[in-house]
Design a protein around this ligand. Structure first.
Ligand code: CAA
Length: 284
């Protein structure tokens, strides 16, 4: 495979596009409008610059990766691609629309349609297409260039060939470690991670400890690379809540319920790092 499409260039889409280009693939990134596309391009460039400055890649490799990335707002340009990864917002209606459009656009009936969804059932996305055997979950972790894991999730209808191709892309092409996860909300990692993050928010909301002390507790007490509230800021409060809602809708278990503070912060536009304010301030 020489080329691949990425739909959506937010936090996850930009990271996925970067690692695909760095692995030697030609990448077409499609966004809904020029503003989102420009922001996405800036994200990828900033990350490549950071990787270069940290000595993770050579100047030549960064330039090569940059030259492999193409950006467009025209969905139709994906028509001849053999593999597309959807990484738009964690919103069911938006994702269903993308899968429906992909199904209409992509000419090759063998083309693989992967989703980076954190929590929406792959079966639901597959049902928006006429080729559910080619639809698979390919869930990356943030920040994508740094995190080694990819969850590969088939639905009940995904073919063996599609699963094999998804594993091969993650491991052989990208050098990531794939794990097989079931098609249930939260897959493996978020089913464990989200209740932990929500517990930290509840603890903060109840005034048990400061944000800093909760995070210091988990970084220094349990050797986590970052504390739970800083991690919610990194993931995005809106994304965290969206995943929690999917988990709650599926299992109806109280530890998946969105804490009121999380809902209020989202309503106030405090989405974490990407908005400049979350449990911490990121404004210069
Ligand atoms: N390419 C390659 N390497 C890069 C890079 C890039 N574009 N950008 C940064 N790096 C490297 C840095 O050089 C650094 O390497 P060293 O450790 O060798 O020095 C390392 O990555 C860390 O980068 P920074 O020093 O810039 O640190 P940071 O503070 O910006 O980020 C962190 C640190 C990687 C985020 C770390 O705190 C961490 O791992 N946190 C946990 C992240 C996590 O749990 N992610 C999962 C979220 S859940 C999710 O994504 C799923 C979901 O569905 C919600």
């Amino acid at each position: 495979m020489e080329r691949i499409g990425v739909i959506g260039c937010g936090l996850m889409g930009s990271g996925i596009a970067e690692v695909l280009a760095r692995s030697g693939l030609d990448v077409l990134v499609v966004e809904r409008d020029q503003g989102a596309l420009d922001l996405g391009r800036q994200r990828v460039n900033a990350s490549l610059t950071k990787a270069r400055a940290a000595g993770k890649i050579s100047v030549e490799d960064a330039e090569d990766a940059g030259s492999r990335l193409r950006f467009s707002t025209d969905f139709a340009e994906l028509s001849e691609f053999p593999f597309v990864i959807e990484a738009v917002a964690e919103d069911l209606a938006v994702k269903l629309d993308v899968f429906h459009r992909l199904d209409e656009t992509m000419v090759d009936r063998g083309a693989i349609l992967a989703s980076n969804t954190s929590s929406i059932p792959i079966a639901t996305l597959a049902a928006a297409t006429t080729r559910p055997e080619n639809v698979v979950g390919l869930h990356f972790f943030n920040p994508v260039p740094v995190m080694k894991l990819v969850e590969v999730t088939p639905s009940l209808l995904t073919s063996e060939a599609t699963v094999t191709a998804a594993h091969a892309l993650a491991s052989e092409q990208l050098g990531k470690t794939p794990i097989s996860s079931p098609d249930r909300a939260g897959f493996v990692v978020n089913a464990l991670l989200i209740p932990y993050l929500l517990s930290a928010i509840r603890m903060f909301e109840a005034g048990v400890a400061t944000a800093q002390d909760i995070d210091t507790g988990m970084t220094l007490g349990c050797a986590h690379p970052m504390g739970p509230l800083a991690l919610v800021d990194l993931i995005g409060l809106d994304t965290t809540a969206a995943v929690a809602e999917s988990l709650y809708a599926e299992f109806r278990e109280i530890h998946f319920a969105t804490p009121p503070l999380l809902a209020r912060m989202i309503a106030a536009g405090q989405l974490g790092r990407k908005s400049g304010q979350g449990f911490y301030s990121y404004r210069q």
